[in-house]
Design a protein around this ligand. Structure first.
Ligand code: NAD
Length: 507
């Protein structure tokens, strides 16, 4: 494994956002933000001090006093403006994202766009944060609900979607009347910060959105802070489980969207060309660094004969820097990630899987220092092998086999993860059986592992998710608000007295 690079003193610093000001941290602990295709140091990011984290929370707490009373139309219009600003800056945002994260420029635009969709959704908050009213629940009595913001909420995000996932979080939290402290991934915080600059330009008042940087210590401080009411976390299962347990014990509302091992079933009647294209795109796109990447394909019956064509398709994908035209597979986020993926490929061979395509150490002219692993395919993969049991988070596709659809469904349901899955078939009956019986949050039918659009909610089951409610859609309005139930009766001078009521009934 490469030794960590010394922190580059001359690189620009990533700022904290506290009380509406972008400020330099006083921390003594910093790390480099590195272009994963070239190792160029782009910036230095601080690990915020406890005092800085406290100051960010305090500014959010203070801002909540007025923000919670801001008219819903005012809140909505800020997100209308933000969506316009994001559209105007799409090229710049995508280029920044590619530089620090590695994914290809078109995929980086997709990352920003999927976040932009949530901003558009936040602009419709007037239709979302609605209570209910039941008229005459008893004589002259009405009951209604109001959905009130919680207070200071926090978000902790992973490296793999540095635009989309922060935009899953702060727009909906703020649109519902909360104030927010965001802790982006320390590996690629720059595009997130640019989005926060645009958010302030769109009109988010000082203190309503704050950003701190750091790793484990910052996350633990957020989990423990008494003034933070709710936390949305996206990242690995190990860290997410820790955050869920620690923050829940501190009485916070928590949702954790976590790791994955996404399986697809290929039925023998599937459209072969469409299916092979979909498998290659979902397994190797973003170098496999998507929580919705396809990492296991269960080939049912005759489709097991399609392996050579799948390998041929994977070989056509271009591995290069994300800014090169025609690139399909960019670099992994870090040298450590590349070394981990390479060592898992070695484990796969040692565990007895058949290496159909080896993507280690690809030749990438012009990017000799990049963290590249090319498309890699194993067949004969079984539970108990490290490449099956672990989330690889790289461009490595595991092929398993089943004789029947029932067997394939049971295989997927036996895996601990339940983030996404897909079936490829031309049989409606098979697809419907799959949809009914599979225990996974996101289900694709001839669609390789779909991320739901924001009018629905991102879900997940079993080890992939903790907490009941999703990060956007209708569910997140419930996550970021407290339901208050009001039961009201009004008297005027002509109302006849019913006397004293000593029962629990409303009369
Ligand atoms: P990660 O868990 O390493 O980091 C996530 C966040 O936790 C970061 O902000 C990081 O600073 C912080 N963190 C890291 N180590 C910590 C520790 N020991 N204690 C406290 N906080 C810590 O995840 P990652 O590598 O950035 O992202 C990849 C993971 O995220 C994959 O497992 C992927 O499946 C998952 N993911 C899930 C979804 C989903 O919606 N289910 C979406 C994207 C990514």
């Amino acid at each position: 494994m490469n030794a960590p690079a010394p922190v580059a003193a001359l690189a620009p610093t990533v700022k904290l956002l506290i009380g509406g000001q972008f400020v330099d941290s006083q921390s003594t602990q910093w790390r480099n933000v590195v272009n994963p295709a070239t190792q160029e140091v782009l910036a230095r990011v601080p690990f915020a001090t406890p005092e800085e984290i406290n100051a960010a929370v305090a500014s959010a707490k203070e801002a909540f006093k007025t923000w919670k009373k801001t008219p819903i139309g005012t809140r909505a219009r800020i997100f209308l403006k933000l969506q316009q600003l994001i559209r105007e800056h799409m090229g710049e945002l995508a280029a920044l994202l590619t530089a620090e994260q590695g994914k290809t420029l078109p995929d980086a635009e997709g990352d920003v766009f999927r976040g932009l969709e949530v901003v558009e959704h936040a602009a419709g908050i007037g239709n979302l944060q609605l209570g209910e009213l039941a008229n005459n629940v008893a004589g002259g009595v009405d009951t209604y609900t109001v959905l009130q913001p919680l207070g200071v909420c926090a978000g902790i995000t992973p490296f793999n979607f540095p635009a989309m996932i922060p935009l899953w979080m702060f727009p909906m939290a703020i649109a519902t009347g909360n104030t927010f402290v965001l802790k982006p991934s320390e590996q690629d915080p720059m595009v997130t910060m640019r989005l926060c600059e645009l958010a302030l330009q769109a009109g988010i008042p000082p203190g309503v959105l704050n950003v701190v940087h750091g790793g484990e210590d910052a996350v633990n401080a957020i989990c423990d802070h008494p003034d933070i009411k709710a936390i949305s976390f996206v990242g690995s299962t190990k860290v997410g489980t820790h955050v869920y347990n620690r923050a829940s014990l501190n009485g916070k509302r928590v949702q954790c969207m976590m790791g994955a091992k996404n399986h697809a079933i290929v039925a023998p009647d599937a459209n072969k060309e469409q299916t092979l294209n979909a498998l290659a795109g979902a397994a190797f796109g973003a170098a496999g660094q998507r929580c919705m990447a396809l990492s296991v394909v269960v080939l049912v019956g005759e489709s097991q004969k399609w392996i050579p064509e799948l390998v041929a398709k994977a070989k056509t994908l271009m591995v290069s820097g994300g800014t090169e035209k025609g690139t399909d597979v960019g670099p992994l986020i870090s040298c450590a990630a590349r070394d981990r993926v390479s060592s898992l490929i070695e484990r796969g061979i040692a565990d007895g899987a058949t290496l159909e395509l080896d993507g280690r150490n690809p030749s990438v002219p012009g990017y000799e220092k990049g963290n590249f692993v090319g498309p890699t395919i194993f067949s004969g993969v079984k539970p108990g092998m490290a490449i099956y049991d672990q989330e690889i988070f790289g461009p490595v596709l595991c092929l398993a086999a089943a004789d029947t659809l029932d067997e394939a469904i049971a295989f997927i349901n036996a895996n601990p993860n339940g983030n996404g899955t897909a079936i490829f078939t031309q049989s409606g009956a098979a697809a419907r059986k799959f949809q009914e019986e599979i225990d996974v949050g996101q289900v694709g039918i001839n669609v390789p592992i779909p991320v739901p659009v924001p009018i629905f909610s991102f879900t997940g089951s079993r080890a992939s998710k903790l907490g009941d409610l999703g990060p956007y859609g209708k569910q997140v309005v419930m996550f970021y608000t407290q339901t208050k139930t009001v039961t009201a009766r009004w008297f005027d001078d002509s109302t006849v007295s019913q006397g004293v009521n000593t029962t629990i009934s409303l009369k």
